[in-house]
Design a protein around this ligand. Structure first.
Ligand SMILES: [Zn+2]
Length: 100
């Protein structure tokens, strides 16, 4: 994982040895709200960027009744990575459009 501020490789605790940014202490922000199976796609995509990701699932999905708004999953990344993740996702969307 690399520092979103200075691109230095972070140490295993998520701390940047260069600028001191602490990713593990960062707040998580929701960057997208999607319906399954897009949540799994986004999760693997964001992980492929080397960015930590968390899926916040609604209680409804626990019972296998994930329909409509109850089935929506929030995709969250550390605040320090939010802008970069959105840029990368946008580039990814544009890239896959031109492949069609
Ligand atoms: Zn840094």
């Amino acid at each position: 994982m690399k520092c979103p501020q200075c691109d230095t490789e972070l140490d295993p605790q998520g701390l940047c040895p260069h600028c001191g940014l602490d990713v593990s202490g960062s707040d998580w922000v929701v960057i997208a709200t999607v319906n399954p199976p897009d949540d799994a796609l986004l999760e693997s995509l964001i992980k492929s960027f080397g960015i930590p990701v968390q899926l916040i699932k609604p209680l409804g999905s626990v019972f296998g009744l994930a329909v409509g708004p109850l089935g929506e999953v929030k995709v969250a990344v550390p605040e320090a990575f939010a802008a970069r993740t959105e840029q990368l996702l946008q580039a990814e969307m544009e890239g896959s459009e031109s492949d069609l």
